[in-house]
Design a protein around this ligand. Structure first.
Ligand code: UT7
Length: 324
């Protein structure tokens, strides 16, 4: 018998304000047509003034707990994947913990930019497999609208705000790839690519939050190759192959990256959950948002083999293979 970290509940939150591509046409030289054709993005949500990452994370966490039929008291740990925490400290996770009324257990943030949720889910898996926690709330929450340079057309049209969450819990499996739960993880970073995607401010440098800077076409080049490689590596570790995959739930940065990765993995687009058109790139929130939307659409069902994969600043990239 083997302990597995099984997804028991999932939920998400999107801020009320929807920003269509055409809104950017007034402020920068761009067009709805260019954004759709080059990225697949049609609209994104932006947080309201005063609405924070931990507000959205708490809303997603409550939705995931409700879906699981659990309360905050049933959870041992909260992990928030974010690069846009409310404050430099304390962690967004402790703020979420407080907002959902949880006073025991422990809470911390994981910062791996767009790969953050995959890193956080892998950490939750490790906590569960090592017996340090039985139930973990894993949340991806971001307010990237606060670090965008709205005069830079090459980045400001790409990102959005939101949050998604899953509750994972220890369950006993047979130790085979038929078990429900996380079957394998694969994490990677290479800090030599720092300049491809970064924020030009921070506590120990400028003392400001800074703005996002990206060499998009360079990141694009790395993305398809590294995402397919990490997904294959995780599938290999689980003793599975592309043909076993029911759903790829990719990081939602660009439809061309999503399609290129699926093609390399030889998985048809009918088996890929796509939300980029409605959410834009929500960084660490994009995969849990897509898991929640994919379940609500009736795409992801119990027993399905799901592969998540993401890449972001660092560069950091990784994949989690799980049976829903
Ligand atoms: O989530 C973290 C990981 N991030 C990503 O995965 C993002 C990866 N990169 C991308 O998604 C794409 O590279 C972009 C969508 C950012 C850009 O698409 P691209 O096909 O790589 O375009 P490009 O950067 O090579 O730029 C092509 C042209 C340039 O004009 P010139 O130099 O050819 O005259 C840009 O200035 O498109 C121009 N351009 C725009 N035009 C209209 C860049 N942004 C815009 C815009 N509207 N918003």
């Amino acid at each position: 018998m083997t302990t597995r970290a099984v997804v028991r509940g999932v939920g998400h939150y999107l801020p009320a304000r929807v920003v269509e591509n055409s809104e950017f046409e007034a402020s920068v030289e761009t067009s709805d047509e260019w954004i759709r054709a080059r990225t697949g993005i049609e609209r994104r949500h932006f947080a309201a003034e005063g609405e924070t990452t931990s507000d959205m994370g708490a809303a997603a966490a409550k939705a995931a707990l409700a879906d699981a039929g659990l309360t905050a008291d049933d959870v041992d740990a909260v992990i928030v994947a974010t690069s846009t925490a409310d404050l430099t400290f304390p962690s967004a996770a402790t703020m979420v913990q407080s907002k959902i009324g949880m006073t025991k257990g422990f809470a911390f943030d994981v910062q791996a930019v767009c790969a953050g949720f995959v890193f956080a889910l892998s950490n939750a898996n490790a906590l569960i497999l090592s017996g340090q926690a039985k139930r973990v709330l894993v949340i991806g929450a971001e307010t990237f609208s606060r670090i965008l340079d709205f005069t830079d057309r090459s980045t400001c049209v790409l990102f959005g705000d939101g949050a998604g969450a899953v509750v994972v819990e220890a369950q006993t499996g047979a130790g085979t790839a038929d078990d429900r739960g996380i079957l394998a993880t694969d994490l990677n970073s290479d800090g030599s690519y720092r300049d491809l995607l970064y924020v030009d401010g921070g506590v120990s440098t400028t003392g400001t939050a800074g703005h996002l800077r990206m060499q998009g076409n360079q990141v694009f080049r790395h993305a398809v190759e590294k995402l397919a490689a990490t997904a294959h590596a995780a599938l290999d570790k689980a003793g599975l192959e592309s043909g076993d995959v029911d759903w790829i739930v990719p990081h939602q940065a660009n439809i061309r990256i999503i399609e290129g990765t699926a093609k390399r993995m030889q998985v048809p687009m009918e088996r890929v959950v796509v939300t980029v058109q409605d959410h834009g790139n929500t960084s660490a929130a994009s995969i849990p948002l897509a898991l929640s939307v994919g379940k609500a659409r009736g795409q992801i069902k119990e027993g399905d083999l799901v592969v998540t994969e993401a890449i972001g600043g660092g560069l950091s990239w990784g994949s989690v293979v799980l049976r829903w």
